[in-house]
Design a protein around this ligand. Structure first.
Ligand code: PSU
Ligand code: MN
Length: 303
């Protein structure tokens, strides 16, 4: 069986890779499950534009009709954005059935890393990653994103992780799995909406070149897994620490009260926080994604 049956790389991305041009992968669960329509589509298209302005080629990734598409068209992005929660949120475990049945899926950090790596794309920009959920000592809810970072050689640029997660346990897990956690121009792990979290990253690196160098060494040594680059939200868009955390706590309480579990947990919390903050958190979310796209393009160029 050949992979081409299940992997479709757009012409633009194929040509860029063949010419050694920088390419940045983008996920699609952030479009379908991370933001409401139409802001999701607007953001996804703006992210692509920003990456082009920075001199790299964007490759939005999704599963369409049983193929991992690397380099979605505008129409495909619009389609995923409109379908929203109706699209299957596709993690590593979902790939075999979705692909064999010819179905669609929105790729999370895990499946975006898998498809990017198969296509030869090494840099990926997103908003926030999944991690160890609060209460995981009893629920065992630990995102497959962390295992993928341990397994697949793709560098992921994010704004840290939301404090819907247990950030301390998330860092412990990444340490156990040997995933380098880099702070871009910071020693402190950013917490998505805020630049501060109270937790330290492993290393502070101050330029895209230094980050690219470290990742190049990882690839050269054949070390399994990726690298996590955490990029703080620009100060002018950051939210008040206490305000956002009160709302996150309220969202988690409601989630527990309703008994929401498994893959529904993260999308439920994202939506609830957006509602509780009257859309204010969505604005911050959009800006930090743009900021990550810019840095990822810089790293891809340096690589
Ligand atoms: N966190 C965010 N925004 C997101 C996600 C997480 O702040 O859009 C999405 C990403 O696609 C991530 C996935 O890979 O949720 C993790 O889901 P889970 O916690 O179910 O593993
Ligand atoms: Mn989970």
């Amino acid at each position: 069986m050949n992979l081409e049956k299940y992997l479709q790389v757009s012409q633009e991305v194929r040509e860029a890779l063949a010419a050694g041009k920088p390419v940045v992968a983008l996920e699609s669960t952030i479009i379908s499950h991370g933001m409401p329509y139409p802001q999701n589509v607007e953001t996804a298209l703006n992210v692509e534009r920003i990456i082009r302005e920075e001199g790299a080629v964007p490759a939005t990734i999704a599963i369409i009709g049983g193929k991992m598409v690397v380099g979605c068209s505008r129409e495909q992005i619009e389609y995923l954005g409109r379908k929203g929660l109706e699209v299957t949120k596709a993690s590593r475990r979902d790939l075999p059935v979705l692909l064999s049945r010819g179905e669609d899926g929105a790729t999370t950090v895990t499946t975006t890393m898998i498809a990017a790596s198969l296509a030869g794309v090494r840099v990926f920009a997103t908003g926030g990653i999944g991690g160890v959920h609060r209460g995981a000592e009893t629920t065992m809810d630990i995102s497959a994103d962390l295992e993928e970072l341990a397994e697949t050689q793709v560098l992921v640029v994010c704004a840290g992780a939301k404090s819907i997660l247990d950030l301390g346990l998330t860092l412990e897990y990444l340490e156990t799995k040997g995933v380098p956690v880099i702070g871009y121009r910071t020693k402190e792990l950013p917490a998505f909406y805020t630049t501060r979290s109270g937790f330290a990253v492993d290393y502070r690196l101050d330029t895209p070149e230094e980050i690219a160098n470290a990742f190049r060494v990882k690839l050269a040594c054949g070390l399994r897994g990726g690298m996590l680059v955490t990029n703080p939200i620009p100060e002018q868009y950051a939210m008040d620490y206490d305000y956002i955390n009160e709302n996150i706590n309220a969202a988690i309480e409601e989630c527990n009260r309703l008994g929401i579990k498994g893959k529904q947990t993260t999308p439920y919390l994202l939506d609830k926080i957006q509602k509780l903050t009257g859309g204010e958190s969505l604005k911050a979310n959009i800006q930090l994604v743009y900021n990550n796209a810019r840095l990822a393009a810089g790293i891809a160029k340096a690589l």
